[in-house]
Design a protein around this ligand. Structure first.
Ligand SMILES: NC(=O)c1ccc[n+]([C@@H]2O[C@H](COP(=O)([O-])OP(=O)(O)OC[C@H]3O[C@@H](n4cnc5c(N)ncnc54)[C@H](OP(=O)(O)O)[C@@H]3O)[C@@H](O)[C@H]2O)c1
Length: 350
């Protein structure tokens, strides 16, 4: 048996890695987060604050058989989502406490998979060289990814295990209540516009720019590959669906999921538009019998404002992952339709 610890197991990435590994016959999975998850036949969740070293030590010291760590924990910080990359103290602390505690607990560790992202290239700051390749230089200025990678690389030097870094872009999954979840943003935005009898107008400036995303299930497949493929030792890989799109072409298909007409783009700040919509949301939850997510928990609007206003091309190259053996792709247009339909079917939105 292989024994995985997924740090950040309730997130838009972590919960999919847990699901992927738990479906395999030869993996045991331990999920870590402050919230407690639902245990299954090969899954156990531990509620732990990984920014509290004493709590981490007390609850993880017994994990003596851990072979793989999947690090997907994250804390956003306040303010615009483009500034989340500057939240260094918390995000470095999460990685350091997780890896050093588990490294001490288990002598069987083989690989640490660290999930970072396309912001490595400065994709959140403005136009950058596209398609970005893994060996492109880092952007200027603060980014916790740099601190995480540098610490992990240095810490691993005297160890028998190896690391792999994965750089996805805008995760798409079913994870209502997470800070950076674009499908939640689109689903709730569409539902509220529909309730107000407004057409579905794209709310940002990025209408015509080239964009890319990573489906969470696809990233989970990549994480499994990265954890088990010898060639991935001490390597970084861009991981996206493998296709590119413009919002102007996929937006009508999203509107169709909600049976809504499309309007011309109307760039406006979602954070401001949504500021007074909590009472409307509460009424919608009652009227349509939705799952009882509070407005503040169902979606984080700063992330929508960030994604919909990247009016420059966002493209990374996935050639290296293909050359090293990861050949899967996902169809972004089909994916958006499927995930948005799931938000309706599971009664997160009407
Ligand atoms: N989401 C995206 O679109 C996207 C795109 C590219 C790259 N990335 C990168 O992927 C990484 C993971 O992000 P994500 O979007 O998957 O995050 P997320 O959905 O917000 O999940 C974060 C996870 O970390 C856990 N966590 C936070 N603080 C913790 C603590 N003190 N102790 C234990 N667990 C803690 C959270 O659970 P609790 O709150 O219950 O503790 C949650 O399970 C980040 O570095 C991010 O930059 C994300």
């Amino acid at each position: 048996m292989r024994s995985a610890v997924v740090v950040g197991a309730q997130g838009v990435i972590g919960r999919y890695i847990v699901e992927k590994l738990a479906a395999l016959p030869d993996w045991q999975v331990t999920g870590l987060s402050r919230r407690k998850g639902i245990d299954g036949p090969r899954v156990k969740h531990i509620s732990v604050d990984m920014l509290d070293p004493a709590d981490a030590k007390a609850k993880l010291a017994g994990l003596a058989d851990v072979t793989h760590i999947f690090f997907t924990a994250f804390q956003p910080g306040s303010g615009p989502a483009a500034d989340f990359a500057k939240n260094i103290t918390a995000n470095l602390g999460l990685l350091v406490n997780s890896v050093s505690t588990l490294d001490k607990a288990s002598s069987k560790l083989e690989r640490v998979v660290l999930v970072t992202g396309t912001k490595y290239y400065g994709s959140h700051l403005g136009a950058f060289k596209t398609p970005a390749r893994e060996d492109d230089p880092r952007h200027a200025g603060a980014n916790y990814y740099f601190d995480q990678i540098d610490w992990l690389t240095a810490f691993q030097k005297s160890k028998r295990w190896s690391w792999t870094e994965l750089r996805p872009q805008t995760l798409c999954g079913f994870a209502p209540g997470t800070a950076m979840s674009i499908v939640s943003v689109i689903a709730v935005y569409a539902a509220i516009r529909k309730e107000l009898s407004l057409p579905l107008a794209f709310p940002g400036k990025a209408w015509s720019s080239l964009y890319q995303v990573t489906e969470s299930a696809h990233l989970a497949d990549a994480a499994y590959w990265a954890a088990t493929e010898p060639r991935c030792a001490n390597q970084a890989y861009n991981i996206t669906n493998g296709d590119y799109f413009r919002w102007r072409h996929v937006w009508p298909k999203m509107a169709a999921v909600f049976d809504m007409p499309v309007a011309e783009p109307q760039p406006h700040a979602l954070v401001e538009f949504m500021a007074d919509k909590a009472p409307l949301w509460d009424a919608m939850v009652k009227k349509h019998g939705l799952k009882p997510y509070s407005f503040k928990d169902v979606v984080a609007w700063p992330f929508g404002d960030y994604v919909f206003n990247c009016d420059w091309d966002v493209m990374t190259s996935v050639t290296k992952s293909r050359q090293h053996g990861f050949h899967a792709v996902a169809d972004s247009e089909e994916m958006f339709g499927r995930l948005l339909a799931r938000f309706r079917a599971e009664k997160i939105v009407p």
